[in-house]
Design a protein around this ligand. Structure first.
Ligand code: FAD
Length: 393
């Protein structure tokens, strides 16, 4: 792969809206990606192998739980800094953003919100320094878009809970040291549980030969008569919306991450178009190529403004489930279109591992499904503006 000389597009001078801390976190993450990720990521992805050294590297740049208080291994950063970090990581590769955002937003944040002090002390520091890796399981083999129908069961047996079922498509499952997962009981209550690797009745497996997220370990969490102590039930609710709201921070991370991919594809295509000569002229001089580049920067700029505003709302605890959903869907959709246009500008070179564009296109195909499909997010927006749910009777 070529040397990573990424320069971020900033057509509307949005950097001026960022604080010094925002810029510092973005730039430190970008430099780490350039030095440590870009030189090895293409071969890791081609070989379907996650580079384990990324875990400690991410911990060193504060990539696990950065918005948590220092006492729990975080740095108390705001959500714009967190978003910028996700942008830079996913620009490097989706596998990095997946690792960081699952560990930060779905594992550490939920432990911070719902675990007791003893559990926080036991788990949060080891997750923040990368000694431990966490997974989060909501989706199941037969229930993805509709987690409210999940089959994983918990039954109260007096001094312990008995768990049976499985969770599929789970990031980091094959390498996780602990996992948070949702299960349901016969009273239609949803429980959020914590399980450690090594507990009897808990196993994981790996999904091999994916065409997207190839740098990321994905697999299954399997519960076979798993007995969990009462304190391992971190939270319970009958309210589906309350259960689903835990996904907000993950979807927020995807909105920024997909933007990072789009920026990378645009940067590659712009540079290539000013170097590549056909018919005796740089291809950037042709009107059809300029139209493509103009469309790309226009769509990128709209999403840059959208996610920045969303970050501000997150900082004020004002961002809604529906706003985050809209941002996730529109950012992924924009990035998918931008990446395909970039690939066309690169011509044949666009399908090689010399450039990151084809790898990003395959990751974007996953992002359209991951953290809620495009269709489900469209219906969430539809419900919020009409007041009518198209997917729940
Ligand atoms: C690589 C990868 C990593 C993942 N990581 C995790 C993870 O770490 N943790 C986790 O819990 N999950 C994870 N997921 C799961 C992901 O969230 C689900 O794949 C997603 O929610 C969709 O579920 P499904 O695949 O079962 O598709 P389905 O729900 O079966 O959907 C199939 C199709 O039907 C459409 N559809 C369904 N219902 C409706 C409707 N009412 N109206 C219109 N269309 C509809 C969908 O939009 C989709 O196009 C991951 C998935 C992938 C691929």
């Amino acid at each position: 792969m070529r040397k990573d000389s990424f320069i971020s597009p900033d057509y509307f001078a949005l950097d001026k809206l960022l604080s010094e801390e925002n810029l510092l976190i973005r730039d430190v993450t970008r430099e780490w990606v350039k030095s440590n990720v870009s030189p090895v990521i293409e071969s890791a992805v081609q070989n379907d192998k996650f580079p384990m050294e990324f875990i400690k590297g991410l911990a060193e740049i504060g990539g696990f739980g950065p918005f948590l208080p220092e006492k729990y291994g975080g740095a108390g950063v705001d959500y714009i800094s967190y978003g910028l970090m996700m942008q830079e990581l996913e620009r490097g590769d989706s596998s990095l953003r997946v690792l960081s955002s699952i560990q930060s937003g779905l594992v550490m944040k939920l432990i911070y919100q719902h675990a007791n002090e003893k559990q926080k002390d036991k788990y949060l520091l080891s997750l923040s320094n990368g000694d431990n890796v966490g997974s989060f399981g909501m989706s199941e083999p037969n229930h993805g878009s509709d987690p409210s129908s999940m089959l994983t069961r918990f039954d109260d047996h007096g001094d312990y809970y008995l768990i049976n079922g499985s969770k599929l498509w789970i990031g980091q499952a094959p390498i996780c040291d602990l996992a948070l997962f949702w299960a349901r009981n016969n009273n239609d209550e949803f429980g959020l549980f914590l399980v450690e690797r090594g507990f009897e009745g808990f196993e994981t497996s790996k999904i091999k030969n994916k065409w997207g997220f190839r740098g990321s370990e994905t697999g299954e969490l399997i519960f076979n008569d798993l007995k969990l102590q009462k304190e391992n039930l971190l939270f319970r609710t009958k309210n589906i919306q309350e259960m689903l709201s835990c996904l907000n921070i993950g979807r927020y991370a995807v909105a920024w991450g997909a933007l990072g991919i789009a920026m990378d594809c645009y940067d590659c295509a712009l540079k290539y178009s000013t170097e590549r000569i056909q018919f005796g002229k740089k291809i950037a001089s042709y009107q059809l190529v300029q139209k493509k580049l103009s469309d790309m920067i226009t769509e990128i700029t709209k999403i840059q403004i959208l996610v920045w505003r969303l970050g501000k709302l997150m900082n004020e605890s004002q961002a809604t489930f529906e706003q985050i959903s809209l941002a996730k869907r529109s950012s992924v959709s924009m990035a998918s279109e931008v990446a395909v246009i970039a690939r066309s500008i690169l011509g044949g070179m666009g399908v090689t591992a010399e450039y990151p564009v084809m790898r990003h296109i395959l990751n974007l195909e996953v992002l359209k499904t991951y953290q809620g499909t495009e269709e489900i997010h469209t219906l969430i927006t539809g419900k919020s503006i009409t007041g009518i749910s198209a997917f729940r009777s």
